[in-house]
Design a protein around this ligand. Structure first.
Ligand SMILES: [Zn+2]
Length: 401
C-alpha cells in the first residue's frame, strides 16, 4: 500500500490486497487518533475522511471498485445485509478478538450517488480513562470528588455533541465502582456507544417502542444503585430521573446546554420545580474539548495588550508568555496532538440550592457562581493557555459560549 497524502487522489487500498482493507483502514485511523471514519461517494470516486482531534480531514480517495470492496467488508464485520444498499443499517463491528483496542459502530445509508458509510471509533483507552486523566483543574477535580461523595442525586454533564460528556460520565462511574464496589450500575443510551464490563447497558430501540423514558422506567425496576440516562430530552425523562434521584439513587445524565447556569433553566423548562431541583440536584458539570498544543513544536509568544485584557475580563491573571501552534513531523504539521477537557463544575449546596429555590434567574445564578469563585469555561480554558497546554486560539474558538 502507498502512504496517503493530503491531496492524494491515488488509490491506497488495493481490492486484492492480502490484508483486509477494512481492518487496515481501521488501524490507520486508530494510529491517527481518529474518532470517525467517513466513506462517501464523490463525483467519480469515493472520498475517505477522518475526524481527528475534532476536525474532519480528507484522508484519501478510492476508486469505485475498491470502495465497494471496503464497504462490503465493513458490512460483513458488522453483520449487516450486504445485499441491501437501499436502507439505513447500523451495527457494531465484530473485530477479530486479538489486539483490537477499540470498539466501532458502523452506520451505512443510501445517499445521492451511492452509499455513505460512517464508522464511529471508541478506543478502549478512552473508556478506561480515570478522573485524573480528563484534564480537570484541581478545583474542578475537587468538585467532581465531592459529587461522588454525596452518595445520591442527579449529576448532569452538559455541552454540545462531541464535547467528551460520555467519557466524563464513564470516568465518574468507574471511580464510583472503584470506591464502593458491588454497585448495580445500569445505563440506557441511544445507542450504547462503548461497552463497559462493569455496567448493564440498554440501547434505545424506538422501532420497538423502547424510548429513553421507557428504558429508564424499566431500569429503575431492576434494583439499580446508579443509573446513567444517556440524555434527558423530554419532560417525562426529566421527571423520572428526578424521582429516582430523590429516592436515594445516583442518576447521571447529559443535556445539550451552554453552561452550568443555563442547565438550571433547561431543567425548569422541562417542568422540574425549583424545590425538586434544589433538593435532588447533586452537581452540574459543563464541558468542552480543546486541542492540546504539540509540546515539541509549540512556539512561545508575548501576550498582546488586548489578550491581557481578555484574561483579566475572565478573572485570570495574564501570564508573561503563551504558546501558539507551529508544526512538526510528530504532529503532522498540525501544531496540535490530542485534546483535553475544559470544565465548569459546581456542587449543589448552600448558596446555590438557596438561590435555585428562591427562583433566581439564570444570569443571577451565573453571577452568584462567579462571585463564589466558580470559574467559567473560558476561564478554565485560559488557565490551560497560561500553562502552555493549549493555545488562546483554541479557547476563543470553543463552541457555543
Ligand atoms: Zn509538533
Amino acid at each position: 500500500m502507498n502512504s496517503p497524502t493530503d491531496s492524494s487522489t491515488e488509490v491506497v487500498f488495493q481490492a486484492d490486497d492480502a490484508k483486509m482493507p477494512a481492518l487496515d483502514l481501521l488501524q490507520r485511523a486508530l494510529a491517527l487518533r481518529a474518532t470517525d471514519i467517513h466513506v462517501d461517494p464523490a463525483e467519480d470516486d469515493y472520498r475517505v475522511r477522518m475526524r481527528i482531534d475534532g476536525l474532519l480531514e480528507e484522508y484519501c480517495r478510492l476508486g469505485e471498485d475498491v470502495a465497494q470492496h471496503l464497504i462490503h467488508q465493513l458490512k460483513i464485520l458488522a453483520d449487516q445485509d450486504i445485499a441491501d444498499p437501499f436502507h439505513v443499517h447500523e451495527g457494531r463491528l465484530k473485530l477479530p478478538t486479538d489486539n483490537w483496542t477499540c470498539q466501532a459502530r458502523l452506520t451505512t445509508s443510501p445517499v445521492e450517488g451511492g452509499e455513505a458509510v460512517c464508522l464511529r471509533l471508541h478506543s478502549n483507552e478512552a473508556l478506561m480513562r480515570s478522573l485524573d486523566d480528563l484534564g480537570a483543574s484541581p478545583a474542578n477535580r475537587q468538585a467532581l470528588d465531592e459529587m461522588l461523595r454525596r452518595g445520591a442525586g442527579l449529576i448532569l454533564v452538559t455541552g454540545p455533541t462531541g464535547a467528551g460528556k460520555t467519557t466524563t460520565v464513564y470516568a465518574m462511574l468507574r471511580e464510583l465502582e472503584l470506591r464502593q464496589g458491588h454497585l448495580n450500575m445500569v445505563t440506557i443510551e441511544d445507542p450504547v456507544e462503548i461497552r463497559a464490563p462493569f455496567l448493564r447497558q440498554l440501547s434505545v430501540d424506538e422501532q420497538h417502542g423502547l424510548t429513553i423514558a421507557k428504558g429508564l422506567r424499566t431500569m429503575l425496576r431492576m434494583d439499580p444503585d446508579v443509573v446513567f440516562v444517556g440524555e434527558i430530552r423530554d419532560a417525562e425523562t426529566a421527571e423520572t430521573a428526578m424521582r429516582a434521584a430523590s429516592s436515594g439513587k445516583y442518576v447521571f445524565s447529559s443535556l445539550h446546554t451552554r453552561d452550568v447556569a443555563s442547565t438550571v433553566t433547561a431543567l425548569r423548562d422541562l417542568g422540574i420545580t425549583d424545590w425538586s431541583l434544589s433538593a435532588n440536584l447533586t452537581g452540574l458539570v459543563s464541558q468542552r474539548l480543546v486541542r492540546r498544543l504539540c509540546q515539541t513544536c509549540r512556539r512561545a509568544q508575548a501576550v498582546a495588550d488586548a489578550d491581557r485584557q481578555f484574561f483579566q475580563d475572565h478573572g485570570v491573571e495574564p501570564p508573561d508568555q503563551i504558546y501558539q501552534a507551529a508544526g512538526c513531523d510528530l504532529c503532522r504539521n498540525r501544531g496540535y496532538l490530542g485534546r483535553i477537557g475544559v470544565f465548569e463544575s459546581i456542587v449543589n449546596h448552600g448558596d446555590l440550592a438557596a438561590a435555585i429555590i428562591a427562583g433566581a434567574s439564570e444570569e443571577a445564578l451565573r453571577q452568584q457562581m462567579r462571585s463564589g469563585g466558580t470559574l467559567g469555561l473560558v476561564a478554565d480554558g485560559l488557565l490551560k493557555v497560561a500553562a502552555g497546554i493549549t493555545s488562546l486560539a483554541e479557547v476563543k474558538q470553543m463552541h457555543w459560549l
